[in-house]
Design a protein around this ligand. Structure first.
Ligand SMILES: [Ca+2]
Ligand SMILES: [Ca+2]
Length: 339
């Protein structure tokens, strides 16, 4: 019995130390992780400042958004030179940036036909329009074509009635398409002005055109929204000194191209990568030198420079090989002493 005691004591001490080691190991790892996490956050903050210095354009309007629209068609009216045609509408957005009207060139002289397209507060042709631009139709517009008329931003009173009037210059014929079966645009009417009779007709007063509206669209500007990271996928557990692959994507509300920046949680400098398409899957590899828990952060911006929020994923790089060997050795030693 006495002969066995020293060996038992040694075994007992070793097992105790081993258990203590096993218990303290994760705690030490956790402590490192927390420190690294704090460092990472500091890095992220300092790099965030750098990112704001990138020479991206100021936040700007991306483009047009439709305000009013009537795009159904089953009929048309001629724009013969002795007529003005008009469509009334009530804006809900400011400013009016452009309109589109659905025209088709029928006959023309000198291969083109000029149309005056105006925005008016009323139908009095003696009053100057709020704005007017000429468009020229050519051979290319020999089918029904949405023709764009851009105006310098026109400030309108929302929900007041305004008129798009068109009048062709010179001889020829052109269709302005519309629809008369259903009143698709209830906030406006179609009008025709017969120059030979010097009067406007509300086309809706004519039985066949009771519900007639011309095909038109009015446009204002939409706010350009920042893209957001929609996906970060990849291993949550990996090995140090081995490239790890992650997939990112970002969606821009206006489907603009996007740029992406990744903060890998170590001290790798961040930079904007791209351009990529909105929703495109972007696969990137990164190698961590030191073990620890890392917060991978991704952020995107659009071509106008609107920057979205950070999105994150956690990844632990425990250097599995070291851990496995360490635990294997401990277990092996315990087994030796217990036997
Ligand atoms: Ca109508
Ligand atoms: Ca955008």
């Amino acid at each position: 019995m006495k002969q066995h005691q020293p060996k038992n004591m040694i075994t007992y001490c070793f097992v105790s130390i081993s258990i203590l080691l096993l218990l303290t190991q994760p705690m030490v790892a956790t402590e490192i992780t927390e420190n690294e996490r704090r460092e990472n956050i500091q890095i992220q903050h300092s790099e965030l400042t750098d990112l704001s210095d990138t020479s991206s354009p100021m936040n700007q309007h991306l483009g047009y958004v439709i305000d009013q629209i009537q795009d159904k068609t089953n009929s048309h009216r001629y724009t013969a030179s002795n007529w003005y045609l008009a469509q009334s509408f009530k804006p809900s957005k400011n400013p009016l940036a452009k309109i589109e009207i659905l025209l088709e060139l029928k006959t023309y002289e000198e291969n083109q036909l000029t149309i005056e397209v105006a925005i008016r507060e009323n139908l009095s042709l003696n009053n100057p329009p709020l704005t007017q631009k000429d468009i020229t139709l050519s051979n290319a517009d020999y089918d029904a074509t949405w023709l764009e008329v851009k105006y310098d931003d026109v400030k309108l009173t929302l929900d007041d009635t305004y008129y798009i009037t068109i009048h062709q210059v010179g001889s020829g014929d052109c269709y302005w398409y519309g629809n008369y079966e259903v009143d698709y645009y209830e906030k406006g009417f179609a009008y025709g002005y017969d120059l030979t009779q010097n009067k406007w007709q509300n086309l809706s007063n004519m039985p066949v055109f009771q519900k007639f509206d011309f095909c038109f669209k009015t446009f204002s500007y939409g706010d350009n929204l920042a893209p957001q990271i929609t996906k970060i996928t990849g291993p949550s557990l990996g090995k140090t000194k081995t490239p790890q692959q992650y997939t990112f994507s970002a969606e821009d509300p206006e489907s603009e191209n996007i740029y992406i920046t990744i903060d890998w949680g170590d001290e790798t400098p961040t930079k904007w990568l791209g351009p990529y398409q909105s929703n495109e899957e972007i696969t990137l590899k990164h190698t961590w030198k030191n073990k620890g828990s890392y917060i991978i952060k991704a952020q995107s911006k659009d071509t106008a420079g609107n920057v979205g929020e950070w999105n994150t994923i956690n990844a632990i790089m425990p250097n599995e090989k070291e851990h496995t060997l360490f635990f294997q050795r401990i277990i092996h030693l315990i087994q030796q002493f217990l036997l």
